[in-house]
Write a protein of this length. Structure first.
Length: 144
C-alpha cells in the first residue's frame, strides 16, 4: 500500500466541509467544536475558517496556537470506505480584509451579516505540521 501525496489526499478531502477544531482551554483541557471550511478545499496543508474575535476559540488560540483538526467523510460514491483525516498544526489569526476576500463565500453571510466588514470578524488559518489519514485499506502520514 503506497502512501498518498498531499495532492492525492487533497482530492479525497475535496468534499469534506466540516472539521472539528480542537484547542486547549484555559483550564488545560482539550475542547473541540465544528467549523466549516466554506468550500475552501484546494488543500495545500492550510485550512481557513472564520470566527468572531471575542469567541472562546480565538482566545484559546491566542494562548496556545497548537491545534488539531479532524475531518470525517462519508463513504465514497462507489460505496467505498469513509475517509478520516487528522491535522496537527499551528493556528494564526488574520484580520486583513484582502485575505478575507480570498477565502470568503456568500454562505458566510449567514453568520457574518456585513460580510468581510462585519465588526469583530477574524480568519483562522491552520498551517499543518502533520496530517494523518485513514481510508479503508490506505492509511499514512504526511509531514507538511
Amino acid at each position: 500500500m503506497a502512501e498518498l501525496t498531499l495532492h492525492e489526499l487533497a482530492r479525497k478531502m475535496a468534499k469534506l466541509d466540516f472539521a472539528m477544531l480542537a484547542t486547549r482551554s484555559a483550564a488545560g483541557a482539550l475542547t473541540a467544536r465544528p467549523m466549516s471550511n466554506n468550500g475552501d478545499v484546494e488543500y495545500q496543508g492550510d485550512s481557513y475558517f472564520f470566527a468572531y474575535d471575542d469567541s472562546r476559540k480565538v482566545a484559546e488560540i491566542r494562548a496556545d496556537a497548537a491545534v488539531t483538526l479532524s475531518y470525517t467523510g462519508a463513504a465514497g460514491m462507489l460505496g467505498g470506505p469513509p475517509l478520516f483525516v487528522a491535522v496537527d498544526g499551528r493556528a494564526a489569526l488574520i484580520e486583513d480584509k484582502v485575505q478575507f476576500e480570498a477565502h470568503w463565500t456568500k454562505d458566510l453571510d449567514r453568520y457574518f451579516p456585513d460580510g468581510i466588514d462585519t465588526p469583530g470578524v477574524v480568519m483562522i488559518v491552520v498551517r499543518a505540521d502533520r496530517i494523518r489519514y485513514w481510508d479503508g485499506g490506505d492509511d499514512g502520514e504526511i509531514a507538511a
